[in-house]
Design a protein around this ligand. Structure first.
Ligand SMILES: [Zn+2]
Length: 97
């Protein structure tokens, strides 16, 4: 499955993913933020903690990173997370489950 479009629905605070087969999926902004894989958030997780995310967190900006994925900027100022397409697919599957 390939992601062909991304739409940031700021009113519902979800990222909508469009797939090449026409299906769509959603990831909440909160789930995106807590799924961040940057070195800082990964270190928190390795230490046994959870990335603390306010429920009011919002995704502010989507920046393409080549063919690799996207960089996301959140309302708490966190912009270090690179989200490969595969990670977005995994996060959307978690949300649907
Ligand atoms: Zn992070």
């Amino acid at each position: 499955m390939t992601i062909t479009s991304l739409r940031n629905d700021k009113s519902r605070r979800v990222l909508e993913l469009g797939h090449d087969d026409g299906a769509t999926a959603e990831i909440s902004h909160q789930a995106l933020r807590s799924g961040c894989r940057c070195s800082g958030c990964t270190a928190v997780r390795r230490a046994g903690g959870a990335v603390d995310v306010d429920a009011a967190i919002a995704l502010e900006q989507i920046t393409p990173v080549g063919v690799y994925g996207v960089q996301l900027t959140f309302s708490d100022g966190h912009d270090r997370g690179i989200y490969p397409w595969q990670l977005l697919l995994e996060l959307s599957e978690i949300q649907a489950a």
